[in-house]
Structure formats: structure tokens, C-alpha cells
Design a protein around this ligand. Structure first.
Ligand code: PSU
Ligand code: MN
Length: 304
């Protein structure tokens, strides 16, 4: 009934019960400029393959939900103009209307779970935007964590978001926010936000075990793993703070709202840092993919 296609690589990994890591596609269409978006997407997939796990990039192409894209499909999607950004509200509509769209964290979690994939790697999640007390701009990603059992590895909340408010919303929804290997919540481009993480874990095996334990306890929902950017790639928060403030002010002046906010801010920060934000973004996504592959492998080991 659901038009679903697994790539041959993902189908083979499924039937052999091998580790699979889901990847989102909004980061490709709305999160990074062309041509780096396609290069990074391919690189991240290869990072996962090198660990022995299988990558499954998720998108809707002409009304079909794809779990795993061929390199041709990735490249076409990465160059396409005006691709829809699909969150929880948009996924079924896009499929029903035969459309093409890239999946956000929320929609990727839904599709991954539907396809039986338990681990997903990305760069940054959506969260509570600065000024949300006026705009009510809170990403649907947060409520997805409360209901869909997928472990998501991200580099913490991006500094374009209000990190304390994002943590509060996740706490209210009962979502475990777990810093990997440190006490602080990482702040995407910087290793530390100066804010203590609610939880900490130091091994992929523990992360895999706690997701399985949630499910065993009949607790719905997933976990957010906040993995700090590699040291050599980080950008100091003091460098970024004024740039983020400028990008945010421009968004406010230009009346940017809704789905357009996150892509607008990312693009302006890319321009204002002369591309440095992108270099850091690439390093952290690859780092997250490698950790996600370890967690996926541990999950397989524990469920054998
Ligand atoms: N943060 C990033 N890069 C991204 C996104 C967020 O650093 O590409 C994308 C993800 O797909 C995320 C979405 O799920 O933006 C959140 O959008 P919104 O805030 O409109 O829910
Ligand atoms: Mn939003």
C-alpha cells in the first residue's frame, strides 16, 4: 500500500540482518550548497560502509518513499531546485500527491522506523528557535523523539537555536538527551555549550542497550545522542556568536518564517564565515555517521 523502495544495498543488508544507518536528505537539499552537498552525502555513506554497516539515505522521489538512494538518485536530488522539505506533517501528503521531497530529522525517523532501521545519523536537529516565546517556532523534530523509537546521533543543538529551551522541551517529552564522552551538551560547531547534558554515555554498546531497554519497558520514542565535533574542526563560540546574531537579525527584518528559517540561517552563516561553517559541518556529520555505525552494530550484537 505504501510505495516503498529499498535500494539493493539496503535490501541485502536487511535480509542478512546486518547493521544499517539511516541518513536524512534535507541536509543535502536545504542544509548545504551544491556541489559540496552531493560530495558530502557520498563521503558520509562511504564512512558508514568502511565500518561494515550499510547507509540508507531517505527521500521521497516522485511519490515513492526511498530507503537507500543510488548515487544517481543522490546526485539528481542534490541538484534539483525547489525540492520540498518534508517533516511529519508533509510526508504522507507528498507521497499521496506523487511529489518529490527531502526528509527532515522527524520524517527520516518515521521512515527509518517503518523500514525497521533503529539508528540514524545527521548533523543538527531542529529545536526551539530563539524568540520562540513570540514566534512559537519549535521544530517538529522534538516531538518526534517522544514517539518514534530511533536513536539519532547529532552534534548537539545548533547555536541558532535556544539550547536551554530545547533541552526543556525534550525533558518534558521524556526524551533522553545523552552527551557522548563528555559532560557538556555540544553546540554543533563548538564542542561545548557550557550547559551540562542531562545524561552522559561513553560507549556505543551502552547507547544501543538503553534504546533496547526503552522498548522493553514499553516506552515509546527514541534518544538523542549529542556527539561533539572533532577538536580540529571546531569553531569557537565567540567567533560564531556575532555572526549568528547578525543572521538572526536579518531573518527577522526580512520576515523569514516557518520552514524557511533554518535553511536561511544556515546559508547566511555559511556566507558570513566564508565557508568555514560548512567545513566544520562536514567534519561533524562524518563523525556522527561513524558513531551511529558503531551503535547500529552493537544493536545487532545485542539482538542476535
Ligand atoms: N540543522 C542543521 N542542518 C540541517 C537541519 C537542521 O544543522 O540541515 C535540517 C534538518 O533536516 C532538521 C530540519 O530536521 O532542518 C529542521 O527544520 P525545522 O527547524 O524547520 O523543523
Ligand atoms: Mn520551525
Amino acid at each position: 500500500m505504501i510505495p516503498l523502495v529499498l535500494s539493493p544495498e539496503v535490501a541485502a543488508a536487511q535480509s542478512d540482518k546486518r547493521a544499517i544507518v539511516a541518513l536524512e536528505s534535507t541536509i543535502i537539499t536545504h542544509g548545504m550548497p551544491y556541489p559540496q552537498n552531493i560530495e558530502v552525502a557520498a563521503q558520509v555513506e562511504d564512512d558508514i560502509r568502511k565500518t561494515g554497516a550499510t547507509p540508507a539515505t531517505i527521500a521521497v522521489l516522485d511519490g515513492t518513499l526511498h530507503v537507500g538512494l543510488t548515487s544517481q538518485q543522490l546526485s539528481t536530488l542534490g541538484q534539483a531546485k525547489g525540492v520540498a522539505k518534508l517533516s511529519r506533517a508533509d510526508l504522507a501528503v507528498c507521497i499521496a500527491q506523487g511529489g518529490t521531497g527531502a526528509t527532515t530529522v522527524a520524517a527520516t525517523m518515521i521512515a527509518a522506523h517503518y523500514a525497521g532501521i533503529q539508528v540514524f545519523a545527521t548533523g543538527g536537529i531542529g529545536g526551539v528557535h530563539k524568540g520562540a516565546e513570540h514566534s512559537f517556532d519549535i521544530s517538529a523534530d522534538l516531538s518526534e523523539f517522544a514517539q518514534t523509537p530511533v536513536t539519532v546521533v547529532a552534534a548537539g543543538a545548533k547555536a541558532i537555536l535556544d539550547i536551554p529551551k530545547t533541552l526543556e522541551v525534550l525533558e518534558t517529552s521524556g526524551v533522553p538527551v545523552i552527551a557522548y564522552g563528555q559532560d557538556d551538551i555540544p553546540a554543533f560547531w563548538s564542542r561545548s555549550s557550557g550547559i551540562a547534558a542531562p545524561l552522559r554515555m561513553d560507549s556505543a554498546a551502552d547507547i544501543a542497550k538503553s534504546q533496547l531497554m526503552r522498548t522493553a519497558l514499553n516506552l515509546p520514542g527514541g534518544q538523542l545522542i549529542a556527539n561533539p565535533i572533532p577538536m580540529e574542526a571546531e569553531i569557537a563560540a565567540s567567533t560564531l556568536d556575532p555572526i549568528i546574531a547578525q543572521a538572526q537579525a536579518e531573518a527577522d527584518t526580512q520576515g523569514v518564517t516557518g520552514k524557511a528559517v533554518t535553511p536561511f540561517l544556515l546559508q547566511r552563516i555559511f556566507e558570513l564565515t566564508d565557508g568555514r561553517s560548512l567545513t566544520a559541518n562536514i567534519a561533524l556529520v562524518r563523525n556522527n555517521a561513524r558513531l551511529a555505525a558503531l551503535i547500529a552494530q552493537e544493536t545487532i550484537n545485542l539482538t542476535k
